[in-house]
Design a protein around this ligand. Structure first.
Ligand code: BES
Ligand code: MN
Ligand code: ZN
Length: 497
C-alpha cells in the first residue's frame, strides 16, 4: 500500500473514493460539511432521511453525488464527538478499511485525519491511520493452496492534512509509519509460519535476506559448535532434544556515528515450544509456534529501522532454538553452566525462554551497549496478569523503563511495569546450583525477569514479556506484529535527543 499526504478540498478530488466522518447524531465533520456545501446539501439530505445516524463504525456509501468529482463517497460514523479519543479514532479507521476491502476503489482520499483526537496531534493520527489500514489489509495465506484470500483493489491512500504547513512533518510521520508497517508484516509472517518451516535455520536465512536488501546491515550467525566453544551451556541445553540446530543471529545496523553506543534488542526465538521433557498438555499446543514472537519482533524492527535509515546504531540478537523432548533432551534436575559462568538447575524444561535468553544477554556485553531491551513470549503468567492489552516491562534502570512505557502509551502498543524487588529473587534458590530456572507459581512473570536480571548487571536493561500481545487466540488466531510499534516509537524518540 502506498500512502501520501496532501492538503486538498474534499469536493475537488478526482478520486475513486472520498472518506469523511459523521458524528452522532447526524453531525457532519468539517470534511463532510465541505462536501455537503459543494454538492448542494446532498450529504445532509441523506443523513436527514435517517440513513446515517453517526453511530461509531457505521458506514454509508454514496454514489453519483451531484457536483462531486469522486466516484463515491464513504461516510463513517464516529460516535459522540465528545467521546472521540484514540480508541475511537482507531475503530473508525478500522471500519473504513473493512468497508474499502469489499469494493473496487483503488485510490482513495481519507479525510478522517482531520478529526480532532483528544490528546493527540496530526502526526499521531497519520501514523495510526497507516498502521490500522495496513493491519486491516494484512492476510497470511502462504499455505492456502488455490485461490488466495479476497484480492483487495485498494492501492493508494491519500491522507489529508488540513493545514498545508504540516505537510512536511506529516510526510515524515508517514514514512516512519510505513516502515513500521513493513516491519510488522515481516514479524507477523515469521510468527505465523508453522514450526516445520520456521526453524532456527529459517530465521537465520531470513536475516540473510535482510542483510542482502539493506546495505547498512551486517550479519553474523553462530552455529552450535561456536556456541559450545563460547560456553553457552544454557542455550544449548534447550536445543539438545531437537534435530534442528540452534542459531545465535546477530544483526548489526550502523546508521549512527561510530562513537554512538548501540541499542541492543534481544529476542526469544523458540521456533516451537513443546515444553521439552516437562511436556505441555496437547490443547492449543500449536500456538507454541509463536514462541519466537520476540525474535520476529526484533527482525521486523531491524527491517523497519534499515528501511527508514534511522540515524543510530542498533544491534538485533536472536536466540533461536527448538524445545523438544528426546533421548538426548535436557531433563528436570540437570545442571548447566551458562556463558556467564553461573550454574543453573533446570527444574522445568518448559522454562526454556530464560535459558536461551540468559546466554544471549551475556553475549551482548561485548557490544558495550547503551541499553539492552529483550523481548520474549516468556510466561503464561503474564497473560493471566495483563491479558492481551499490555506487555509487561521490568528492568534495572528506571529511566529506560519509563522510555518504554511512554513509547507504549504514545503508540497505543502499551506496556505496564511490574516490580523487580529483591525479595522475589529468593524464589529462584536451588539446593544444588547457583539458581533454579523456575520460581514456583507466585509472580511467574516477575521471577522469570529475576532470572534474567542475574545476567544483565553490566548494563542498563529492560525486559518486555510479550506473551499476551504478540498473538491472538481463537477465531482470529495469528500474530499481531506487536511490539514493533512500541519499539519503533522508542527508537525514533531516542533520535530526537
Ligand atoms: N512460551 C511459554 C510461555 C507462554 C505460555 C507464552 C503460553 C504464551 C502462551 C514459556 O516457555 C513457558 O512455557 N513458560 C512456563 C514457565 C513455567 C514452567 C515456570 C509457563 O508460563 O507456564
Ligand atoms: Mn516453555
Ligand atoms: Zn517458551
Amino acid at each position: 500500500m502506498e500512502f501520501t499526504v496532501e492538503s486538498t478540498h474534499p469536493a475537488q478530488q478526482r478520486s475513486a473514493c472520498i472518506i469523511a466522518g459523521v458524528f452522532e447524531r447526524r453531525k457532519l465533520s468539517a470534511a463532510a460539511k465541505a462536501l455537503d456545501e459543494a454538492t448542494g446539501g446532498a450529504i445532509s439530505a441523506l443523513v436527514k432521511r435517517g440513513d446515517m445516524d453517526g453511530e461509531r463504525g457505521q458506514c454509508l456509501w454514496l454514489h453519483h453525488v451531484p457536483n462531486d468529482l469522486a466516484d463515491r463517497i464513504l461516510l463513517i460514523g464516529c460516535g459522540k464527538e465528545r467521546e472521540f479519543g484514540e480508541a475511537a479514532f482507531r475503530q473508525v479507521t478500522a471500519a473504513m478499511v473493512g468497508a474499502l476491502r469489499r469494493t473496487g476503489a483503488d485510490q482513495v482520499h481519507n479525510y478522517l485525519t482531520d478529526l480532532p483526537v483528544k490528546g493527540h496531534d496530526l502526526e499521531w493520527k497519520l501514523v495510526q491511520s497507516v498502521l490500522v489500514v495496513e493491519d486491516g489489509l494484512y492476510r497470511f495465506d502462504e499455505f492456502k493452496s488455490g485461490k488466495k484470500s479476497d484480492l483487495v483493489a485498494l492501492k493508494r491512500m491519500v491522507l489529508n492534512v488540513a493545514d498545508a504547513k504540516d505537510l512536511e512533518a506529516g510526510a515524515n510521520a508517514m514514512a516512519r509509519a510505513s516502515a513500521t508497517a513493513l516491519g510488522m508484516a515481516l514479524t507477523r509472517d515469521l510468527a505465523n509460519r508453522p514450526g516445520n518451516v520456521c526453524t532456527p535455520t529459517h530465521l537465520a536465512e531470513q536475516a540473510r535476506q535482510l542483510k542482502k536488501a539493506y546495505k547498512d546491515l551486517k550479519l553474523e550467525v553462530l552455529d552450535e559448535e561456536e556456541m559450545e566453544k563460547l560456553g553457552m551451556g544454557a542455550l544449548l541445553a534447550v536445543s539438545r532434544g531437537s534435530e534442528q540446530p540452534a542459531k545465535l543471529i546477530v544483526m548489526d545496523y550502523r546508521g549512527g556515528k561510530k562513537s554512538d553506543k548501540p541499542v541492543v534488542l534481544v529476542g526469544k526465538g523458540i521456533t516451537f515450544d513443546t515444553g521439552g521433557i516437562s511436556i505441555k498438555p496437547g490443547e492449543a499446543m500449536d500456538e507454541m509456534k509463536f514462541d519466537m514472537g520476540g525474535a520476529a519482533a526484533v527482525m521486523g524492527t531491524m527491517k523497519a529501522v534499515a528501511e527508514l535509515r534511522l540515524p543510530m546504531n542498533i544491534i538485533g540478537v536472536i536466540a533461536a532454538a527448538e524445545n523438544m523432548p528426546d533421548g538426548k533432551a535436557t531433563k528436570p534436575g540437570d545442571i548447566v553452566t551458562t556463558l556467564s559462568g553461573q550454574t543453573v538447575e533446570i527444574l522445568n524444561t518448559d522454562a526454556e525462554g530464560r535459558l536461551v535468553l540468559c546466554d544471549a544477554l551475556t553475549y551482548v556485553e561485548r557490544f558495550d551497549p547503551d541499553v539492552v531491551v529483550d523481548l520474549a513470549t516468556l510466561t503464561g503468567a503474564c497473560i493471566i496478569a495483563l491479558g492481551h492489552q499490555a506487555s509487561a516491562v521490568l528492568g534495572n534502570h528506571g529511566p529506560l523503563i519509563n522510555e518504554l512505557l511512554a513509547a507504549g502509551r504514545h503508540s497505543g502498543d502499551r506496556a505496564w511495569e511490574m516490580p523487580l524487588w529483591d525479595e522475589y529473587q529468593e524464589q529462584l534458590k536451588s539446593n544444588f546450583a547457583d539458581m533454579a530456572n523456575i520460581g514456583g507459581r507466585p509472580a511467574g512473570t516477575i521471577t522469570a525477569a529475576c532470572f534474567l536480571s542475574r545476567f544483565t548487571k553490566k548494563y542498563k536493561w529492560a525486559h518486555l514479556d510479550i506473551a499476551g500481545v504478540a498473538w491472538k487466540s481463537g477465531k482470529e488466531k495469528g500474530a499481531t506484529g506487536r511490539p514493533v510499534p512500541l519499539l519503533m516509537q522508542f527508537l525514533a524518540s531516542r533520535v530526537k535527543d
